[in-house]
Write a protein that binds this ligand. Structure first.
Ligand code: FAD
Length: 388
């Protein structure tokens, strides 16, 4: 509906070539297999390698670390295309790998840590995950109980994490643990855990109500000894600061996912209502359908303008935590409304798993929960308004 005027005509043309190539890749390599991956509860590791070979992973990682050094738009374009096509289960894990972890390494890691992990991640040879949430600490991250005790030139880590995207497949886990249990937020540190380390184990792939192609797991650490140079940036007690620094991009990319999944839900609905007949006309001819779809398209256009403004702020290094939270709140709630409204226009067929709108609807629900719940997003926005 709108042209993104934050991008030059040349940049838009390059992006169009990139997304055309990705669309062809999706049609050939993802669409024929996606339902099988949903049944299996995860995508094959080989998909990451295939996507890496095509330049679809971590596109904005600098060339020095094996990336294309492209603008962030190329990385977001991957999330846009996959989300619009209805592959949210894949997107959930992919965005952790390609949009969430690389900035931790680039902004907070040591040169050796960047050199070690980023080229393998760009190629899709090492799959990355992030472990913050614990059974007793989700929204309230300060309550986390996983500990990392210094022992000579190692740390000994004990504890567990839950709901970890890419948990079954990950080779690298960015892990939040307490290095000083008495220091509150200042006692939290982040570690780059190589998942071949003895003492690391994976629980079963958790059964979810949606996003079935994405694996989500519990992870366990039992006297897991990691070398001291696995501490992100070599700095103890900086974990909270590092997470607060990187959460805006996480929330921005969930905004990208939400907005483009909403577009995908609208796409499949527009097609359906023009085909389905009732009372001697297509469902799309009823005034209710027309007004409903006009309302949905208008909501999406307004959301997209907000998303474009936040992306531009991110490009300039000026995206504030409260704007990223507001976007995540807005886009995930918008997707929930749009998916539900569109499903209604399918009648009973909308409730059948084989219809794509059913997948949009079930996959949408978790966007209001992961990356920080809608209530936490409201708290963060309110804090910026009220000062505490
Ligand atoms: C599919 C999936 C994938 C995920 N992937 C990852 C991952 O890769 N890595 C990772 O670390 N985590 C991941 N998570 C975890 C996710 O980020 C958490 O589930 C989320 O932050 C909420 O935490 P919680 O589940 O403990 O809920 P709780 O914190 O227990 O919240 C329960 C309810 O209380 C509300 N609430 C809590 N505090 C407040 C407050 N102060 N004010 C008002 N309401 C409040 C919440 O909004 C919610 O409605 C994933 C979760 C899912 C479901």
């Amino acid at each position: 509906m709108l042209t993104n005027h934050f991008l030059s005509a040349e940049a838009r043309a390059e992006l169009a070539l990139f997304t055309d190539a990705l669309d062809r890749f999706c049609a050939a390599e993802i669409e024929p297999h996606y339902r099988d991956w949903e049944k299996a509860g995860q995508v094959p590791r080989a998909l990451f390698q295939q996507m890496g070979e095509q330049g679809f992973l971590c596109a904005d990682v600098p060339e020095a670390y094996g990336g294309a050094g492209a603008s962030v738009d190329f990385s977001f374009a991957v999330v846009e295309v996959l989300s619009r096509r209805g592959y949210a289960g894949l997107v959930g894990g992919l965005q952790v790998h390609t949009d969430i972890i690389p900035p931790y390494l680039l902004h907070c890691g040591t040169e050796a840590q960047r050199q070690h992990w980023l080229p393998k991640m760009v190629r899709g040879e090492a799959i990355a995950a992030i472990g913050m949430t614990e059974p007793g600490a989700g929204s309230d991250l300060k309550a986390l109980r996983t500990t990392a005790r210094r022992d000579g030139d190692h740390y000994v880590i004990n504890g567990s994490k839950i709901f970890i995207s890419n948990g079954q497949n990950c080779d690298l886990l960015v892990l939040a643990a307490k290095t000083d249990a008495s220091a509150g937020a200042k006692g939290v540190s982040l570690f780059l855990v190589d998942t071949t380390t003895p003492g690391f184990s994976r629980g079963k792939n958790l059964e979810k109500i949606g996003q079935h192609a994405g694996d989500t797991s519990e992870l366990f650490f039992e006297d897991m000894r990691v070398p001291a140079d696995a501490l992100l940036g070599g700095m103890e007690g900086q974990g909270f600061v590092q997470m607060m620094r990187e959460l805006p991009r996480e929330r921005l990319v969930i905004g990208v996912q939400g907005l483009h999944a909403a577009k995908g839900a609208l796409d499949v609905t527009l097609k359906y209502v023009q085909e389905r007949q009732a009372f001697g006309q297509s469902v799309g001819q009823f005034q209710n359908t027309r007004f409903t779809l006009a309302g949905v398209a208008t909501e999406i256009a307004a959301g997209e303008a907000f998303l474009n403004a936040c992306t531009e702020a991110y490009r300039r290094g000026e995206l504030t935590p409260e704007a990223a939270s507001a976007l995540k709140l807005h886009a995930s709630e918008l997707l929930g409304r749009v998916a539900d409204t569109c499903l209604q226009l399918f009648g009973g067929y909308g409730y059948m798993a084989e219809y794509p709108i059913a997948r949009f609807w079930t996959d949408a629900r978790v966007l209001r929960i992961y990356g920080g719940t809608s209530e936490i997003m409201k708290e963060l926005v309110a804090r910026s308004l009220l000062g505490r």
